[in-house]
Design a binder for this molecule. Structure first.
Ligand code: HGY
Ligand code: MN
Ligand code: MN
Length: 437
């Protein structure tokens, strides 16, 4: 049985090098615990393209082949002795939301590459080819929909709809192109071809394991070294436009107003209330709802808001419960429209199913953790991941490592070198076992 040595220094060096491809200055926020490394790396921006070119150069220097598909998903491949067999895949994303941290996604991409190199350096020869995949646009920042690359790979997103998605980069971005489509932006970035060609055959991967930070507090709180993910919660997101009647903040009298922001505020509190009620009823914590963006028009202190756009992110491990919260929220929206004389338009962005892990891969990971003497717990992922959509075409599982205070999507996101190395070693051992089957 192979015994790969993870080169932790090399892996940490590369994680910090990748973090330097960022559009935000190193954070000055002294209120956050050090170390803090702020990263903004939005898909198809110059920083993202530089990071992609760097990753390709590192992978090719290790002797692996690299290919990209029409949307920029990047496949780092180690050919097996029996290349006709379905491959074993790992990987994650390197795009980062504004002012995020440096470990979300990147641990899975560089950890996958390091696992491949450590196996290669140990003299291991895979029967099945092994791939580390870097997905395009896991984050919804630019095109409003998360997991763009993996949805196309898994065949759960219509290619024409995808190519028509609008570029939503805020005007402040140097590369903002108001009103361009994904097709125009990706072709400008050098990714051509029909998106219909992105979908992978259902036997392309025989097994898939993604390494990722937990993005929650459970492992650290319980002093457990690794998480084995048995399921991934079902994400849904919606866009709402609230239209009222605005005007001069001094002259427009209260009875004559139809304040769109006041109505939006009631909507935000309503969906929070229904999510909390769902948890109270279930006795659990699996229902979560967040309004993460609010755009106010005209956005002047002395002008009554006439139009507000807000984005809702709602998730649950149980789709029926998630949909029940939405039904209660819809009833409140109707009441708010009647009471305030506003008009609310809803746009469904996505409403996905949860993903279940493969019992075989979970057992494989458990056996490896036991053999390594690593403490572990089986758990669900509340964050969504590209593995949600690879699950449509392959058996999956995920490995979680703890992150400090459970923090993610913030500059103080942090995982220890020991956790990163252990997660990468367990991943390498899992890839070796699965690629020998
Ligand atoms: O939002 C998520 O769950 C992921 O981090 N994009
Ligand atoms: Mn993320
Ligand atoms: Mn992620």
């Amino acid at each position: 049985m192979t015994n790969p040595t993870i080169n932790t220094d090399r892996l940490l060096r590369e994680l910090h090098r990748l973090a330097q491809f960022t559009d935000c200055p190193p954070t000055e926020d002294k209120t956050l615990p050090a170390p803090t490394t702020a990263v903004t790396r939005i898909v198809f921006t110059p920083r993202d393209l530089e990071a992609r070119a760097w990753l390709t150069s590192v992978a090719e220097a290790a002797g692996f082949s690299v290919r990209t598909d029409a949307v920029g998903n990047t496949f780092i491949r180690w050919q097996g002795t029996d290349p006709a067999l379905p491959a074993v895949g790992t990987g994650s994303h390197t795009d980062a939301i504004p002012h995020a941290g440096m470990y979300d996604g990147t641990v899975g991409v560089l950890g996958g590459l390091e696992a491949m190199r450590a196996l290669q350096e140990s003299g291991f020869q895979p029967r099945r080819s092994i791939e580390t995949l870097m997905f395009t646009s896991e984050e919804p920042t630019r095109f409003g929909l998360g997991c763009l690359g993996s949805r196309l790979l898994g065949g759960v997103l219509d290619p024409a709809l995808a190519d028509a998605l609008k570029d939503r980069l805020p005007e402040t971005e140097p590369t903002a192109r108001e009103g361009l489509t994904l097709q125009q932006v990706r072709e400008c970035a050098g990714f051509h071809g029909d998106l219909a060609s992105v979908k992978l055959a259902s036997n392309y991967y025989g097994a898939w394991v993604e390494l990722h930070i937990e993005q929650g507090p459970l492992l650290e709180r319980d002093g457990i070294q690794l998480g084995i993910v048995t399921g991934i919660a079902a994400p849904a997101s919606y866009r709402y436009v609230v239209e009222g009647f605005g005007g001069h903040a001094g002259a427009l009298l209260m009875p004559d107003r139809r304040d769109a922001l006041a109505a939006a505020a009631e909507m935000i509190l309503s969906v929070e209330r229904h999510a909390l009620a769902a948890n109270a009823k279930s006795g659990g914590v699996d229902t979560v709802a967040t309004v993460g963006t609010v755009a106010v028009h005209p956005g002047a202190v002395n002008s009554v808001p006439s139009r507000v756009t807000l984005m809702l992110d709602i998730r649950d491990t149980d789709v029926t419960r998630r949909d029940a919260v939405m039904a209660a929220f819809h009833a409140d929206i109707a009441a708010i429209e009647a009471k305030r004389g506003v008009k609310v338009t809803e746009e469904l962005i996505n409403a996905d199913q949860p993903a279940q892990s493969s019992p075989h891969i979970v057992e494989t990971l458990e056996a490896i953790c036991k053999a390594e003497g690593a403490t572990y717990k089986k758990m669900v992922s509340r964050a969504y991941h590209d593995s949600n959509f690879i699950a449509r075409i392959a058996p999956i599982a995920m490995i979680f490592i703890p992150c400090r205070n459970g923090v993610s999507h913030r500059p103080d996101e942090y995982a220890t070198p020991e956790s990163i190395a252990l997660g990468t070693r367990v991943l390498a051992l899992a890839l070796a076992r699965l690629a020998s089957e």
